[in-house]
Design a protein around this ligand. Structure first.
Ligand SMILES: [Zn+2]
Length: 63
């Protein structure tokens, strides 16, 4: 398989998932369409603690 260095918009999808503990707060989870797994999120759990959050776990996350 050949490497494609060009960033492909269609490879990722952002999914909004509402927090269960904070109403009106949404996780903007980035999902890799190739694997179907979450790779990133906008929330503090992920961006500061580097821990998969509720939103990422909802979509599916593999370490
Ligand atoms: Zn999150």
């Amino acid at each position: 398989m050949m490497e494609n260095n060009e960033y492909d918009d269609t490879r990722y999808e952002t999914v909004s998932i509402e927090s269960k503990i904070r109403q009106g707060v949404f996780h903007q989870v980035v999902k890799d369409l190739e694997t179907g797994k979450a790779i990133s999120c906008s929330c503090k759990c992920w961006s500061k603690g580097n821990k998969p959050c509720f939103g990422m776990k909802t979509i599916g996350y593999s370490e």
